[in-house]
Write a protein that binds this ligand. Structure first.
Ligand code: CTP
Length: 174
């Protein structure tokens, strides 16, 4: 089992397609208040966690929340797909502006597993088919992987497959 070191007072980005298990992972390893989730932010600004038109406002709120927590020196975990480099870059620069370290934890789970989980739970994305969403995230993630280590993260932990995701443990480093 992999033991993942994360900064005790810093930022952690979860990176993975929808359905890869980011929220499940976050709930298992971190306190609820340490986790800032894009779905929660979307729900707060739209009354509907599936409303994709609310995404820009949801990300404004997410950045604002993360910024306040980092200013207060609190470990903060971003539960969002983070499969696009510009989304990651904004969060990396936010951590840097507070002189804090930022790590990435990549949940690399086969797209078919993510789709199957969404089917089983009845999760939908408005009228867009689940496969389309997950496959786009998966493609963005694959494109991201090569350059991820040069984006300013202290560490990039890649959990390859469901078993590695399930077995991982977190160590907070002072
Ligand atoms: N799930 C599962 N087994 C796991 C992890 C997750 O069956 N080991 C299920 C969850 O119960 C949920 C679905 O898969 O129904 C998606 O898991 P979630 O943790 O919500 O994935 P996220 O990556 O957070 O998805 P999203 O980005 O869409 O919020």
């Amino acid at each position: 089992p992999r033991s993942l070191g994360v900064p005790a007072a810093g930022l952690v980005l979860l990176v993975g397609a929808s359905g890869s298990g980011k929220s499940t992972f976050a709930a298992r390893h971190f306190a609820p208040t340490e986790v800032v989730s894009s779905d929660t932010c979307r729900a707060l600004v739209a009354d509907d966690a599936e409303d994709q038109s609310a995404t820009p406002d949801a990300f404004d709120l997410l950045q604002h929340l993360v910024g306040i927590r980092l200013r207060r020196g609190l470990l903060t975990v971003v539960d969002a797909t983070n499969v696009q480099s510009d989304a990651r870059a904004q969060l990396v620069s936010l951590a840097r502006s507070h002189d804090l370290l930022v790590d990435a934890i990549v949940l690399k789970v086969p797209a078919r597993v993510a789709v199957e989980r969404h089917r089983a739970s009845g999760r939908t994305f408005g009228r867009v088919p689940v496969e389309r969403i997950v496959e786009r995230h998966d493609r963005d993630l694959r494109r991201s992987l090569r350059g991820l280590r040069r984006e300013g993260f202290r560490r990039v932990h890649v959990l390859d497959g469901v078993e590695e995701v399930d077995a991982a443990t977190i160590v907070r480093e002072r």
